[in-house]
Design a protein around this ligand. Structure first.
Ligand SMILES: [Fe+2]
Length: 854
């Protein structure tokens, strides 16, 4: 609908300023109802959520804003009265609005949270435009956008960014802040724009979450700088949802999905075609940029088959290979393949959510996959890649997100045969801010996946693609700290794909200090070493860790640094370096193994799962290292983390633990799904009792929350050359009444493929929820994952009645004790970390250690 349209009580003259422009009243679905009011100034600035543009066509873009003077008002209405208001917009060729080319109006209705999505057409192709909104007397910030080049026109260059996964980090997004200063034609966002949390379910809940994210000035700046093409993944709705199936037993999930879809639409620059109809929303669509690029954007959530296995990385469920499985649904798949067949563009990009390349997380004979990604839908991948093999569409490049890490993958005709043809190229963009706890699980299996040309899980950022007829170039632009309000972005690595040759090759080594860390004893390269660059005044300017090849990268600007490498079971090493003006330096380091035993602060274990800081206490020998929390808190043990085990690894390996809760004292028997989260012992004093080197000890003392008279103290003791740390807890009854308590420990392994072990019951893989009781045939419990490191607690003999509870995710020991007035009970166990060498029974090693000590 075009034509000058008066809206409500606003006079046409005021509204359009008399210009000879075309007004387009679109996007709300309620075309000129005649009910729109002028926004009263006393409501305050209605443009707190910023402005945006999106879905560029050669003659048109969609603009967006949402009136929300009180964006986080609890009712989700943004501080707006339940009435319809008029919003005007102007589009100009210049930032000063001297050459206005379009003016128009839209109605902001309460039904759509007072968002507007006017589609402005009649624009010229391949051109930059500026836009702004007015509501009442308020004027919005100015946004910039760009139309697509004309269909079929010759285009020499396009540059865009790929973004995903922007977990809330407090308001600043370093990746968006730096992206907004980049030179881009548009941005593709492939999902996890928000992260829903337990209890996000009503429209108000989802609106508030979106409003909070738009509270970030950096996100608003990126939207104001470039047109966005967005599609959702899982967290805009529910973790790992598929079709009409939620992850957990969410009641009336379709109602939740409808609310999530509506809030998504209300907060993004989407055209009217994407407006949800209840729980349905058509989001897959296609964009053409002259003769150079066709961009297909998929929805791989709404129409897909449910995951074959609820656990995200696990031995491959045979159902994952079922031929009927679909990622896109049959209709979208047909549309995708027809589009590829009909495309005339030199490059055919497919923007979608999860990793498409095969990835086997298991380095042994068996195969472990992420069931939520295309590996869980192998037949759907085969159909797509089979089509590429047969029909040969020009230069297929897949753009993915979801996995919070940077990858370059060859998409092979046969992933099990490295010699088979590479049919397409996949670039997986890292997250804007979300963490990568599985970094070490991926890194450990890289050798078994030769089609993966590059992987980095350390850095957050965005991915910049520069497309020319002869070459596609991808730069991984990353930041040191995802919430940093000031630091620059660096190039981590650059890759290129040549026209007509699928598969990327590396162009350069990227910015900053890089190098290799080796073991002084034998010269082997060392993985999982924490490496830092410190400025002369001691500030940490860059931080990273070594990969499986012992290589690290620190992103720093030119200047003088001290490069410091620390690892459990090794002495800390450092070297001075000057990073020259070209920004690249090489520093190799060699680490000496620790002799004797040690306990102290100043070290951290490098691991994507490690939580401890350098202020927590490391107790270690040349075989293993363990961190006892002195300052760091874990969200699941809030207030009771101190004195408990946060990180632990054997020499040369990465920590796989969430925590070991050493010592609880509960008045009731632990029960239920959350039985493991025992917070009944609170250590208020944690100190190094003996620093080494003959032996080292750490002591934690405190009390039990269930029993005011019960004092608890635990001593962790390590000797040289032993694969364990002895933990001795003494429960002392200082009162005058007898105490009956359940005591024990719980353990939470967080690595990929996590599973528990209880002697006599084998490997326990039951899913989270409904833990079972077990009678162990020997007094130990353990956990492991795809990493061949087994963790265990081996109890001294003499605790008859010791039992266990477990699921695949956690294991807990329990013992009922009676402690008389002025009496005490001592509970002694060895905390073990050992290499199980990928044994069929990864827990046999605990049994051997137990038996050897009898
Ligand atoms: Fe994510």
């Amino acid at each position: 609908m075009t034509g000058e349209q008066p809206v409500g009580r606003i006079s046409r003259r005021n509204f359009l300023g008399g210009a000879s422009a075309t007004a387009v009243l679109l996007g709300t679905g309620a075309l000129n109802s005649g009910q729109a009011h002028a926004l009263p100034p006393e409501l305050g600035d209605p443009f707190t959520l910023g402005v945006a543009s999106g879905d560029p066509l050669p003659d048109s873009v969609v603009l967006w804003t949402r009136l929300a003077p009180d964006p986080v008002a609890a009712d989700g209405r943004g501080g707006m009265p339940p009435e319809t208001f008029g919003v005007r917009y102007e589009v100009a060729e210049d930032r000063e609005f001297g050459r206005i080319v379009r003016r128009g109006a839209a109605e902001a209705t309460p039904e759509l949270g007072h968002s507007v999505h006017p589609e402005v057409d009649g624009l010229r192709p391949g051109r930059e435009y500026f836009y702004r909104f007015r509501a009442g007397r308020a004027v919005s910030p100015v946004g910039r956008t760009r139309t697509a080049p004309a269909r079929g026109a010759r285009v020499d260059r396009l540059r865009f960014a790929l973004a995903s996964c922007q977990a809330w980090v407090g308001g600043r997004y370093a990746a968006y802040r730096t992206m907004a200063e980049d030179d881009l034609d548009f941005v593709v966002h492939v999902g996890d724009y928000i992260y829903e949390g337990g209890g996000t379910r009503t429209l108000a809940d989802f609106r508030l979450l979106h409003a909070r994210y738009k509270g970030s000035e950096d996100l608003r700046a990126a939207h104001a700088a470039f047109a966005f093409v967005t599609t959702f993944d899982d967290h805009e709705v529910d973790n790992n949802w598929t079709g009409d199936v939620p992850q957990d037993d969410t009641p009336s999930f379709l109602e939740l999905r409808a609310n999530a879809f509506q809030a998504y639409y209300e907060h993004l620059p989407l055209r009217i075609g994407a407006r949800p109809d209840g729980a349905d929303m058509r989001l897959y669509r296609r964009f053409t940029f002259g003769d150079l690029l066709e961009l297909t954007v998929l929805d791989t959530r709404q129409y897909r088959t449910d995951q074959a296995d609820g656990r995200f990385i696990a031995p491959r469920d045979t159902d994952a290979l079922d031929g009927d499985r679909t990622m896109t649904g049959a209709k979208q798949e047909r549309w995708l393949l027809d589009g590829l067949a009909g495309s005339r563009a030199r490059w055919n990009a497919i923007g979608q959510q999860t990793i498409m390349a095969f990835y086997d997380y298991d380095t042994s004979e068996s195969v472990s996959i992420n069931h939520d990604q295309w590996d869980g839908y192998a037949a759907a991948r085969d159909r797509l890649l089979g089509f590429v093999a047969e029909r040969r569409p020009s230069n297929v490049v897949v753009l993915s997100g979801d996995w919070h890490s940077s990858w370059v993958n060859d998409l092979k005709a046969d992933f099990t045969d490295p010699g088979s043809e590479t049919l397409a190229t996949e670039f997986v963009g890292t997250s804007i801010s979300s963490g990568c706890g599985w970094r070490d699980s991926v890194a450990a299996a890289l050798g078994a996946n030769p089609h993966v040309k590059f992987f980095d899980g350390d850095f957050r950022g965005y991915t910049r693609c520069t497309v020319t007829p002869a070459k596609w170039r991808t730069d991984y632009r990353v930041v040191n700290d995802p919430s940093d309000p000031a630091g620059p972005a660096f190039t981590l690595a650059s890759f290129a794909v040549a026209d007509g040759v699928a598969g990327a090759r590396r162009l350069d080594t990227g910015d900053g200090i890089s190098g290799e860390v080796t073991d002084a004893d034998g010269g082997a390269t060392l993985a999982s070493v924490a490496v830092e660059a410190r400025t002369p005044n001691g500030t940490v300017a860059g931080r990273g860790s070594t990969d499986p090849d012992g290589r690290y990268r620190l992103l720093v600007t030119p200047g003088d640094y001290e490069v410091v490498a620390t690892a459990g079971s090794y002495r800390t090493a450092s070297r001075a370096v000057t990073v020259p003006a070209d920004g690249v330096a090489q520093v190799d380091l060699t680490l000496q193994r620790l002799t004797g035993a040690a306990a102290g602060i100043g070290k951290r274990l490098a691991s994507s799962l490690a939580q401890a800081s350098t202020e927590d206490i490391v107790i270690e020998n040349g075989m293993l290292a363990m961190v006892v929390a002195a300052v760091t808190e874990d969200g699941q043990l809030r207030g009771t983390t101190r004195g408990k085990v946060l990180d632990m690894a054997i020499r040369g390996r990465a920590d796989q633990l969430d925590w070991i809760n050493v010592g609880y004292a509960s008045a009731t028997e632990p029960a239920g799904t959350e039985a493991w989260q025992q917070t009944t012992v609170r250590y208020d004093d944690v100190r190094v009792e003996r620093p080494g080197p003959g032996s080292a000890a750490v002591r934690a003392s405190g009390s039990a929350t269930d029993f005011p008279a019960l004092r608890v103290s635990t001593t962790y003791r390590i000797e040289p050359e032993q694969p364990w740390i002895v933990a001795e807890s003494t429960f002392t009854n200082t009162g005058s009444a007898p105490i009956t308590s359940w005591i024990g420990d719980s353990m939470d392994h967080d690595g990929a493929g996590q599973r528990s072990g209880v002697p006599g019951h084998g490997t326990i893989t039951t899913p989270y929820g409904s833990p079972r009781h077990y009678e162990p045939t020997e007094p130990w419990i353990g956990q492991t994952g795809t990493d061949p490191q087994t963790y265990g607690l081996i109890y001294d003999d003499g605790y008859p009645g010791l039992t266990a509870q477990a699921t695949g995710n956690w294991v807990l020991s329990q013992l009922r004790v009676d402690i008389p007035p002025a009496g005490s009970t001592t509970f002694t166990r060895r905390i073990v970390a050992v290499d199980n060498a990928g044994a069929i029974d990864p827990f046999a090693v605990l049994s051997e250690l137990y038996r050897a000590s009898r």
